[in-house]
Write a protein that binds this ligand. Structure first.
Ligand code: PXP
Length: 268
């Protein structure tokens, strides 16, 4: 089955029935463990290389303003060593934008960032921040960096992402993963299905991520528009038990097999 990524042939490949969604692995939590001791182990740079050797299609790191996990040294080394694609997750602030423009990752994913949060909580409010985002997005595009916006499954936000010049939307799956009741889960899932369709209609690349694990990813694999998953915590948590190679391979295998199941057979 084909797993290629190339912006020029993306739309053609999207129409191929056999195309598998890609997996990008977020290695932030390897750095979280390192920072807990303030020493140099474990190294997210090594983890990124191992994830790539296991078959990951891309590596994601979030350089937070408070540098709570990933450090400037990490992103510099990762830029030199990643052989797949580097996706730098970041807040749209002048300091981090400057770093990203110097670093030139393959893609940036703009996310909202609050200092007190444990992890990114909600999608970016593109609708109300268009004036702030537009110049940053333009400068990324001029530098040849693709731009993804992490947004909730909301039609207004998707139209705004399109208008502001994003190449990609990453649909926030965290609310689905946190849902307590089946009714709530089903309702959020339906919104994500609609959002993915709208994204495709607007010729945006559609990714999904946040809170996904080896169980709750299964329903999403029936959504054909989702071409890439961004997964961090569950893979790194599993890797602590079984090793990173196996943890990444198991997720790739899951995406490969469950992806061919019709939606009707998948229990949301
Ligand atoms: N996508 C985005 C935009 C994120 O902020 C995060 C968390 O860093 C992820 C994906 C990965 O989420 P998780 O660690 O829950 O898999």
């Amino acid at each position: 089955m084909t797993k290629g990524y190339n912006s020029s042939n993306h739309m053609t490949l999207m129409n191929m029935e056999t195309l598998l969604p890609r997996l990008s692995v977020n290695v932030d939590h390897v750095a979280t463990l390192r920072q807990a001791r303030g020493i140099n182990q474990p190294d997210p740079v090594t983890a990124a290389a191992l994830a790539e050797l296991a078959g990951a299609d891309g590596i994601i790191v979030h350089l937070r303003e408070d540098r709570r996990h990933i450090q400037d040294r990490d992103v510099r080394l990762l830029r030199q060593t990643i052989t797949t694609r580097m996706n730098l997750e970041m807040a749209a602030t002048a300091e981090i934008v400057k770093i990203a423009l110097e670093l030139k990752p393959d893609m940036v994913t703009l996310v909202p960032e609050k200092r007190a949060e444990l992890t990114t909580e909600g999608g970016l409010d593109v609708l109300h921040q268009r004036d702030v985002l537009a110049p940053y997005i333009e400068s990324f595009k001029k530098a040849g960096i693709r731009v993804s916006l992490f947004i909730d499954a909301d039609a207004g936000q998707i139209h705004a992402a399109h208008k502001v010049g994003a190449d990609t939307i990453e649909i926030h799956t965290g609310h689905y993963c946190d849902a307590v009741t089946q009714v709530e889960r089903q309702e959020i899932f339906s919104r994500i299905v609609e959002a993915a369709r709208l994204g495709e209609e607007l010729k945006l690349h559609v990714h999904a991520g946040h809170g996904l694990n080896y169980q709750n990813i299964k329903p999403f694999l029936s959504i054909p528009q989702i071409r890439e998953y961004s997964i961090g915590h569950s893979i790194i948590a599993h890797a602590v038990m079984v090793g990173l190679d196996r943890a990444v391979k198991e997720m790739i295998q899951l995406i490969a097999t469950a992806g061919s199941r019709p939606a009707a057979l998948i229990d949301v």
